[in-house]
Design a binder for this molecule. Structure first.
Ligand SMILES: C[S@@+](CC[C@H](N)C(=O)[O-])C[C@H]1O[C@@H](n2cnc3c(N)ncnc32)[C@H](O)[C@@H]1O
Ligand code: SF4
Length: 376
């Protein structure tokens, strides 16, 4: 059981919040496709003999590629890896790339999970974030996805956008849940350094919403998602039973994966590596026979901290038996000693086997997680 992530780094327009590696030009897309296909065979041994249970096309914007181009990438994956028959295959789509014929083509490739980047149903928010599409286009796209016969459909939304009120957020959620989606990823807007929003913040042209507002919006999200039958299995991810993202859940459960394309990360249990974050550098290095990457060997403390960081964000929480087995008495005692005060304040729930955040704890998850990390 292992995963494959494919990073398609092209975007037609710059979203003002986005810090994911992308280039605003499709000029190099053919050269990139050739290099990507080559990288698949060059790195076919990275996962040993593990079979592939999830494939995820992310970006950037995978939907800049035609059905034939996606087919060629999937074909090469099948030539070089053993793909399980019920493999979850997800593709991120930008609403304005969606058409009935495109969707029918993707269905024909056995892609079985669609992730639609809607972000907001309010045109004001979409304009402010410099999205390429309107709310009406997003609605058409979502309807088209269902009409094409996809049932495992997830939507991305962003909240905490300056100018979006609690009522707007409620309306966004209500409208989202009025479709038959099976999964929602809802992210609080993060203003990253170096993005357009980051620069606006520095110049005082933008103000972040305050913590109380953030908590109110997060509470609304939790309540509405639960009322609509969704389970919050990770801080930002909500799924109907049976529809949690297998690919992302595997990241959080330390399952191995290979990341293909510029900036993509790979993990094999002992080390992490990440491809060069530069399209031209990536293409050149792959064509020369060795994708350029950096690597970090994971010592026990790093593995402990990574485990804390990912597991505490999930509904499964920290598995205390796993901690004792992997990090021995030292790791186990470290957690138990810290847990008391958080339990007292109602921020965590703990039994003999697991330690999970309560709803109150989820509000300040970043602070709690950093307290549980072992210092360097
Ligand atoms: C890798 S992005 C790409 C998805 C796709 N290209 C699109 O734009 O629809 C995945 C999701 O992360 C979220 N995201 C990216 N940057 C964010 C930020 N700074 N704050 C909050 N959410 C963000 C957005 O919801 C986005 O759809
Ligand atoms: S949010 Fe998506 S479309 Fe927008 S810049 Fe980021 S990757 Fe590209």
């Amino acid at each position: 059981m292992a995963g494959i992530y494919i990073h398609i780094p092209f975007c037609k327009k710059l979203c003002f919040y986005c810090d994911f590696y992308h280039v605003i030009s499709v000029a190099d897309s053919s050269a990139f496709r050739v290099a990507l296909i080559k990288e698949i065979s060059l790195r076919k041994d990275y996962l040993g003999s593990e079979t592939i249970s999830t494939i995820y096309f992310g970006g950037g914007t995978p939907s800049v590629f035609s059905v034939e181009e996606i087919a060629a990438i999937l074909g090469e994956i099948r030539n070089n890896f053993i793909v399980e028959y019920d493999c979850e295959i997800t593709i991120e789509l930008n609403p304005d790339d969606v058409s009935s014929s495109y969707l029918a083509g993707l269905k024909g490739l056995n892609i079985n999970r669609i992730s639609l980047g809607i972000q907001s149903w309010r045109d004001d928010d979409l304009k402010m974030m410099n999205r390429r599409h309107s709310a009406a286009q997003a609605e058409d796209a979502l309807r088209d996805v269902f009409s094409a016969g996809f049932e495992n459909v997830t939507v991305d939304l962003i909240y905490g956008i300056p100018g979006m009120t609690a009522k707007d957020w409620e309306a966004n959620l209500d409208f989202t849940f009025s479709f038959g989606i099976k999964h929602l990823s809802a992210y609080h807007l993060t203003i990253e350094k170096g993005t357009v929003f980051g620069k606006m913040l520095e110049k005082g042209q933008m103000v972040e919403i305050d913590e109380d507002e953030s908590s109110t919006l997060f509470n609304i999200l939790i309540e509405k998602a639960e009322a609509a039958g969704f389970i919050q299995y990770e801080i930002s991810n909500f799924g109907k039973p049976g529809y949690f993202s297998k690919h992302n859940s595997n990241y959080w459960k330390q399952v191995n994966y290979i990341g293909l394309g510029p900036s993509a990360h790979s993990f094999n249990g002992f080390s992490r590596q990440w491809n060069v974050k530069n399209l031209k550098g990536y293409i050149k290095s792959v064509n020369a026979g060795q994708p350029d990457f950096e690597k970090e060997e994971l010592d026990l403390k790093t593995r402990f901290n990574e485990y804390i960081m990912t597991s505490l964000r999930t509904m499964w929480g920290i598995d205390l038996e796993y901690i004792e087995k992997t990090f021995e008495k030292e790791g186990y005692d470290y957690i138990i000693n810290l847990a008391g005060k958080f339990k007292e304040y109602g921020l965590i729930k703990m039994d003999k086997k697991t330690l999970v955040l309560t709803n109150q704890g989820k509000m300040i998850s970043d602070n709690i997680i950093s307290e549980f990390m072992m210092p360097e």
